[in-house]
Design a protein around this ligand. Structure first.
Ligand code: DHB
Ligand code: FE
Length: 284
């Protein structure tokens, strides 16, 4: 049977997309040092557990979907996902392998649980997907892992509630657990933590709230799922609402988790950068 062996989270700031190809130099630069120091333990963990598939909860930022057509939840069911630049000028990286058979199994299973997904047999992915993948698997090592993009709207209100995203994650977790192929799967949540890119509160960061979210993501995700979108926007900034992607990831892990590694650093660009590596209890 397929099983979720762990979960990863990371911010997905476009500036990182430009920095990653220069990591060897920038890891000694005072601005980037602490940021790049966060990732070797995650890469070492991935080398150890060797997942076959990554299910990536991310948000599109106007590349594949725009304000004219904005699905709340969209899932990839394509054999390949190409990266394109939605306007930040970051280098385009090699395509990602899909797993259409697993995608359709997940779609069937969550549809049977009354979730209405937009199914995408063609899908471009932006920095919300590509930056985390290139951080966790540098030098295009991600090409050895199949991927399933799960896109959640964090751009145009109304956004899905944290509770709904947590439940979608749980339904995806159950779908994976019922897949007959013997696959090791990691779930990834991208985006966050606190940031606001425009308006009167541009530059807003809330360290206390972020650290509370990182702690409760491990110990009590149900408490975080009780927050509203407006709580998230107030406490973490308009784009801090991307935390719903971390909650969906945590939902998919179903049971208890152990924290293997985490890092929090202010700021990268306008954002409080957070990353975590979680292992599913008794599943590795
Ligand atoms: C930044 C952060 C984001 O999450 C994003 O999607 C774009 C930009 C930033 O801090 O620059
Ligand atoms: Fe973002």
């Amino acid at each position: 049977m397929a099983r979720i062996i762990g979960g990863l989270t990371t911010s997905h700031i476009p500036a990182i997309g430009n920095a990653v190809p220069q990591e060897e130099v920038l890891k000694n630069d005072p601005y980037w040092e602490e940021f790049f120091a966060a990732y070797p333990p995650a890469r070492a963990w991935l080398q150890k557990v060797k997942p076959d598939v990554a299910v990536v909860f991310y948000n599109d930022h106007g590349l594949n979907f725009f304000l004219d057509k904005m699905p709340t939840f969209a899932i990839g069911a394509a054999p390949v996902y190409k990266h394109a630049d939605e306007g930040w000028g970051i280098p385009t990286i090699p395509p990602f392998q899909g797993d259409p058979e697993l995608s359709w199994h997940v779609i069937e299973s969550v549809a049977a649980e009354d979730f209405d997904l937009t199914t995408c047999q063609e899908m471009l992915v932006d920095h919300g997907f590509t930056v985390p993948m290139s951080l966790f698997w540098p030098n295009a090592l991600y090409t050895g892992v199949k991927t399933i993009p799960v896109q959640i709207n964090t751009v145009q209100h109304p956004l899905p509630s944290p509770a709904r995203c947590f439940k979608l994650g749980q339904a995806i977790g159950r779908a994976i657990a019922s897949y007959p192929e013997d696959l090791k799967i990691v779930v990834i949540g991208t985006g966050g933590l606190s940031h606001q890119l425009d308006g009167e509160r541009a530059g807003f960061i809330n360290k206390k709230f972020d650290l509370m979210c990182m702690e409760k993501l491990v110990s009590d995700p149900e408490a975080l799922a009780k927050l509203t979108i407006h709580d998230l926007v107030r406490e973490a900034g308009a784009q801090g609402a991307e935390f719903i992607l971390w909650l969906a990831m945590r939902g998919a892990m179903l049971g208890k988790v152990t924290k293997i590694h985490s890092s929090y650093h202010i700021p990268i660009s306008d954002t409080a950068m957070g990353m975590m590596v979680l292992e599913s209890a008794a599943q590795v």
